[in-house]
Ligand binder design. Sequence first.
Ligand code: NAD
Length: 326
Amino acid sequence: MRVALIGAGRMGLFHGQTLAQRLPGVTLVTVADPAATGLPPALGPARLVASADEVLDDPSVDAVVIAAPAPLHADLVVAAASAGKAVFCEKPASLTLDDLDRVIDATAAAGVVLQVGFNRRFDPGWRAARALIDDGTVGTPRLLRSMTRDPGGFDPSRVPPCTIFLETLIHDFDTLRFLNPGARAVSVFAVADALVEPAWADRGLLDTAVVTVRFSNGAIGVAEACFEAAYGYDVRGEVLGSGGMVTTGDGRATTMTFAGSAGRVVDTARGDQALFGSAYVAELAAFTTSVREKTPAVVTGPDARAALEIALAARESARTGQPVPL
Ligand SMILES: NC(=O)c1ccc[n+]([C@@H]2O[C@H](COP(=O)([O-])OP(=O)(O)OC[C@H]3O[C@@H](n4cnc5c(N)ncnc54)[C@H](O)[C@@H]3O)[C@@H](O)[C@H]2O)c1
């Protein structure tokens, strides 16, 4: 399978390396990025071009992986689908529901696979938690929790307003749905502030947020995020049901524990690729398998839409201070 990468920044380079090296039968043929001046050796002999158009005009490309900035996603997916390419698109697949509907319609009309980058669904811990929900062990979900703490070091001038809802917590909105299968979000309430960079509060920065999501089966979910945790990158999930509680994620980079005079010390992950490296590979493995075997994507456009709906409601709730019904 011949795959092209659109957007070779921090996330794109990881995906590019996966396509070039980690998936048997997959070849990374082209990388499109207007700012790139060269490609690292880890991306193999792939050709670098400046524009996505050059990828989409190439009939030998079967599929594209889009890791360009979020505001470009909708138009890139629509163009790729119209050119007959299967599409893996990083989250968020779009920033508005109208754009996401265009994306869903275009990929359906073209009959191409669309998978969205909700990588946590591919992490062994989250999958194991979901398996206990599916087989009834956890029972009826009552309380759900999903949490993202970034390692910090961000430049507040480069964080568009509401990134915390649309790009960070969108993962948590998806995992709340993943851990409460079949239920719909019915109302959303959000509280958010700039607690890491308070000097930027009056310019609209939100770097810390808690969002309560009520679901159609009565379960109550809480998603929380903060752009700085002194100890690294920490993502966790939890479901308390009638049969017990399941938790996943402890922020550890390895299973090593050092016991010394100061107590016990564990290794914490310092970034997303350290914590979720295998999940990022697994999601592209699932995507290329769907394309090859002509099977439905594991994470779909409607999944992206459901998470975006919650994210947009959270943004609105944080602005108004009121709960937002869906
Ligand atoms: N799933 C995850 O855990 C995860 C983690 C990080 C980023 N992401 C997502 O990946 C996407 C990219 O994030 P990033 O951190 O790599 O950003 P980045 O800024 O590091 O990289 C974006 C790249 O896209 C390139 N680009 C800009 N315009 C382009 C165009 N028209 N065509 C092709 N390339 C173009 C830029 O030159 C840059 O190299 C975002 O949607 C982000 O939310 C997901």
